[in-house]
Write a protein that binds this ligand. Structure first.
Ligand code: G
Ligand code: G
Ligand code: MN
Ligand code: NA
Length: 260
């Protein structure tokens, strides 16, 4: 209850007060070249007395209380503003924003995205959204038209945390998405001495995704051994502590230098 009021305050800060919410950026790296090809934006809450509060705590709280649309608005506004700033500095590099299941059952979020891109003169091709597999299939008849509108705008859509939901192959085929992000559970199974058959599972996901024309991203890549395996399995992009954790925007140039 205390947290809910606090989240409200964090989302609508008094002018001149220290901002509590902030987006951090984790690089996505092309496995073939080792180059940074984009970023995933992850929200951070620096609470004045409780310290850092993880999104796994406050996002569900926001979803239950109806504040999620304000959380999403904050994330999208910050990211589009940052995209515009990077563009001015000569870097056209895509950023992916996580959307909640609650965001994608109506097209309001598409209107917001369209408005932000127009206001900041940012091309839609630089913005991507990530939606969990579970959210995508839970309310398909309402979600699919929203995804189609995003596609018409030119915003790319990724299926997040893929593999832990129960999407059938035909459901996957019919989703208007561009990218599939393999959940880090399957990625960590690939570690040296990891789970038997882990490679076969990831290979099947890669082949399925590629046969539908989707790009494949592996999440939670923590060591070079796993990165090598993923490269061999044909995974396109990777994200994880091997490359960098999520960092504030002003630390991103260093990230790019070390990854490039
Ligand atoms: O970076 P991290 O461990 O803190 O993220 C934990 C979870 O919180 C991830 O599943 C991520 O998708 C989610 N998350 C992070 N930032 C946002 C955000 O801006 N919006 C939403 N809806 N979820 C987010
Ligand atoms: O669910 P989603 O993919 O949106 O969230 C990404 C989450 O994974 C964030 O909490 C982020 O901090 C975390 N993360 C990023 N890289 C790694 C990694 O290499 N290992 C682990 N264990 N977590 C990671
Ligand atoms: Mn994500
Ligand atoms: Na994920």
């Amino acid at each position: 209850l205390v947290l809910l009021g606090d989240l409200h305050r964090a989302l609508a800060p008094e002018p001149g007060s220290t901002p509590e919410l902030e987006m951090h950026y984790q690089p996505k790296v092309a496995l073939a070249s080792g180059r940074t090809v984009g970023f995933e934006a992850l929200m951070r809450w620096r609470h004045p007395t409780r310290g850092m509060i993880a999104p796994t705590i406050f996002v569900p709280l926001a979803e239950q209380s109806g504040l999620i649309h304000d959380v999403t608005r904050f994330a999208l506004t910050e990211c589009v503003t940052q995209l515009a700033r990077w563009r001015r500095e000569g870097h056209d590099i895509p950023v992916a924003v996580n959307l909640s299941a609650h965001d994608v059952t109506t097209s309001q979020v598409v209107d917001l995205i369209e408005q932000l891109l127009t206001d900041h003169a940012v091309p839609a091709s630089l913005l991507e959204v990530e939606i969990t597999e579970t959210a995508l299939v839970a309310d398909r008849s309402r979600v699919v038209p929203v995804l189609e509108r995003l596609g018409e705008l030119g915003v790319r859509v990724a299926i997040d945390d893929f593999g832990i939901g129960n999407t059938s192959i035909s459901q996957l085929r019919d989703l208007p998405v561009d990218e599939l992000k393999i959940d880090r559970l399957f990625v960590s199974d690939l570690r040296e001495g990891g789970r038997d058959g882990a490679e076969v599972v990831v290979q099947a996901m890669v082949d399925l995704a590629h046969s539908f024309g989707l790009r494949v991203v592996a999440e939670g890549v923590e060591d070079e051994y796993i990165a090598r395996m993923l490269r061999g399995l044909g995974v396109d992009h990777a994200q994880g502590f091997l490359y960098s954790a999520a960092v504030p925007a002003d630390q991103v140039p260093e990230v790019r230098a070390s990854a490039g």
